[in-house]
Ligand binder design. Structure first.
Ligand SMILES: Cc1ncc(COP(=O)(O)O)c(C=O)c1O
Length: 357
């Protein structure tokens, strides 16, 4: 067999995909990945390092990371039986797909939203039905309900706050969608610590609802690769059967609990980001952008005719933002993550200079 023949064995749904790719550009001020700009204090990192030094590496991690699940359940306000943990919330999305997609056959996805949904669902041959946001880049609730009703039993994914726009869905609107949807509903709340309603209280009423969350944003733990899902205990017990064993390594398990036991630091860090975001929004709104979108997350989306020039101008000032102008409805848009106080000040100064202010 030659390589061409071997390649032809790969599912055509996978071969048809464009790879999800992010160029790792070297830049002093990195505002392109919605990371938390603050790193954890040295004493927390030293404690994690001490644990790793003492712990044998030749032994598997815990089969079930019970104490982490308990800490997480306490953080969220549920029981450990309502939680599955994984290698980033991306893994949780994959596990949900493994558990539901072949039966559901189709997925309803809003656009623009987090691109990984479409990649995963199309990659596994699940038909995707796309519902555009409205002209204000808000969720079009009537259109989502219609798509849910036209595709009974489909998987519906809603991201709130939504990446890359920063918009949210209100609790009332979300409930009205759940009232008509007959399939699984995934509510991705990767940015929930920065805004939007907390979906957890809806779980008892809607057993087809699963919420995914992450340590990569407010928890300042993108390097740990830890995400989790929350759902009704019977659903979680079934979904758990398809999750890979030992998907959480001992470093991540121990460090995530350390983080959860330092909630004050985390809360202060999220509060800081919210304050800086709102200040940045006021500043950006005073500049001649075509649009500055209100955000409930740790980034702000802006639109302007000279998008390419602003992107390059910021890059010359060592500031990297995300060009999302190729996304549906986002022509001329850049997404700017919230940085440290100093980084945000440099960003404001650079943007002011760009506009001659
Ligand atoms: C909406 C959304 N969901 C999930 C993720 C992935 O998170 P994780 O790092 O936990 O895989 C991201 C990452 O940017 C995101 O924006």
């Amino acid at each position: 067999m030659d390589t061409e023949q071997a390649l032809s064995l790969i599912n055509s749904s996978v071969r048809g995909l464009s790879p999800y790719h992010l160029t790792a550009e070297d830049c002093g001020i990195k505002l392109n990945q919605n990371e938390n700009p603050s790193d954890w204090p040295q004493e927390i990192k030293r404690e994690a390092a001490r644990f790793c030094l003492d712990r044998p590496w030749n032994r598997y991690p815990n089969f079930i990371p019970e104490s982490l699940k308990t800490d997480l359940a306490n953080y969220v306000g549920v029981d450990a039986g309502n939680v599955i943990v994984g290698n980033g919330s991306n893994e949780m999305l994959l596990v949900l797909l493994l558990a539901f997609a072949s039966k559901a056959k189709s997925a309803v996805i809003c656009s623009p939203t987090f691109t990984v949904y479409k990649l995963l669902y199309e990659g596994t041959g699940c038909r995707t039905v796309t519902v555009g946001l409205n002209e204000n880049l808000e969720y079009d609730v009537a259109a989502i309900k219609k798509a849910a009703q036209d595709n009974p039993g489909s998987i519906l994914i809603i991201c709130s706050p939504n990446n890359p726009v920063g918009n949210t869905i209100s609790e009332e609107d979300f409930k009205s969608i759940l009232d008509v949807h007959t399939g699984l509903c995934i509510l991705d709340q990767a940015y929930v610590e920065f805004g939007g309603f907390d979906g957890v209280k809806l779980l008892p009423r809607y057993p087809n609802l699963i919420i995914t969350r992450t340590f990569s944003k407010a928890m300042a733990g993108a390097g740990l690769r830890l995400g989790y899902m929350i759902g009704g205990s019977e659903m979680i017990a079934e979904i758990n059967k398809i999750k890979l064993p030992y998907n959480i390594n001992f470093f991540t398990e121990y460090t995530a609990s350390l983080i959860l036991n330092n909630k004050e630091w985390m809360k202060a860090s999220a509060d800081f980001i919210i304050e800086e975001r709102d200040q940045l929004n006021t500043f950006l709104s005073s500049m001649p952008f075509t649009n500055v979108y209100k955000s409930a997350a740790n980034f702000i989306l802006v639109r302007l005719g000279r998008k390419k020039e602003l992107f390059e101008h910021l890059k010359k000032d060592s500031i990297l933002v995300r060009d999302v102008s190729s996304y549906y409805l986002l022509d001329g848009c850049l997404r700017i993550s919230i940085g440290t106080k100093e980084e945000n000040a440099k960003l404001r100064e650079s943007i002011g200079r760009f506009f001659g202010r």
